[in-house]
Ligand binder design. Sequence first.
Ligand code: ASP
Ligand code: MG
Length: 409
Amino acid sequence: MALIVQKYGGTSVGTIERIQAVAERVIATRDRGNQVVVVVSAMSGETNRLIGLANQIDKKLSTREMDVLVSTGEQVTIALLTMALHAKGADARSYTGAQIKMLTDNIHGKARIKDIECDNMQNDLAAGNIIIVAGFQGVDHDGNITTLGRGGSDTTAVAIAAALKAHECQIYTDVDGVYTTDPRVEPRARKLDRITFEEMLEMASLGSKVLQIRSVEFAGKYNVPLRVLSSFEEGEGIGTLITTEEDEMEQAVISGIAFNRDEAQLTISGVPDQPGIASQILGSITEANIEIDMIVQNVGEDGTTDFTFTVHRNDYPQAIELLENTGKKLGAKKVKGNDSIVKISIVGVGMRSHAGIASSMFAALAREGINILMISTSEIKISVVVDEKYLELGVRTLHSEFGLEQKTA
Ligand code: ASP
Ligand code: MG
C-alpha cells in the first residue's frame, strides 16, 4: 500500500462544489489502494479577505495576531472537506497544524518547520482514515500559532510527505504541470513530464510561479518526489514530476526558458580599480535591504574600471540615488541606469555535459538582432539581460533553438 500526500490550493477548494469534487478525487485515490493524507489551502480569496479586515483596523498589526487570524482560512477548509468525505461515506479526520504538532520557529508570518509529530496521523491511517490537514500553519514551542508565508501550504504538504515517508507528494493546482516556458509568451510551450529539483528551483526563482520555492527546496533536501497536477482535469493526469536527476534517463539539454520582467540595470563607470571598491559600491545598496541579482565588473584599464549590476525594478529609484551618491564619493566618471530591461534564462541539467550551449544561445539571439546587455552563468543556467522590447522574441527564439516546442502529431 502506498502513502500519497495530496495538496489542494485555494481555487481547487474555492466553492462547495469544488470541495465535493476534491472529495471524489481523494476517494478515487484511496480506492486505488492508497493511504491518503490531504493538505488544503484556504478557499480562494479568503486569506486576502482576512488580511483586508485586519488592515481596516490598523496598518501596523501584531504579527502574532495576524497569524491567529489568517490561519483560520485553512481551518474552514479542512472541516468542510472532511464533512464532504463523510457525506460520501468515507472515514476521514481533520487536523489543524497545532493538532499534528507542526512545530515551527517563532517567526510569525514566515515561520520555518522544525518537526512534525506523526503519531496521530499514523494511527488514523492505520485505522483506515483519510487525513485532512490545514496547510500554511504551525505552532511554536510556546504554543503560539504561526504561519509559513504566502503559498505555504505547498511546504506543509512536502513536510508531511517527508515526515511520513510518503511515496509521492501531489500538488493539485489550476495548471496541469510545469511548462517549458510561460504559454502566454510562447503558445507552443510544452508541458514537461519531468524536471529535476534543481531546474525547478531555477525556473521558480525566475518567475514560473507554480509552487512556493521553499517547498521545492524542502522536497529536494528530503528527496520527496513532487508532482504538480491540475485539479480541474478529468481522470488521473500525470502532470509534471519533480524529482532527482537520473542518469539512465536521456535528458534534454535544456528543459526550459525562464524570464524575469522585474529587473533594472545600474552602471557606475570610471571608478578606481583597487581593493574595496566593489564592497563600497554594493555596500550602500545592501544596507538599504535592496537585493542584487547579477553583478559584472569589467577588466580595469587606466587604473579605473566599470561595474554593472541589476536589482528589482521596484528598488530602482532608490538604488540609482544611492549609486549616484557613491559615485560622487568615489569620483566616478558616470552613473547610469536602465529600468526597461528583462532577463531571459535557459535552464537545464544537461548543460553540465554539453559544451557549446552558450554559443548556440548567443548566435540564436544575434540572428534576431537582439543585443545582449549582460550575461551570467551557473552550472545549469545561462542568463542574458536584454531590452524589454525583445522579451517575447527572445523567449520564442530560444524556445525553438533548443527544440522545446510541442511535438505536433
Ligand atoms: N492560504 C495561504 C495563502 O493564500 C496559504 C496557501 O494558500 O498556500 O497564501
Ligand atoms: Mg498556492
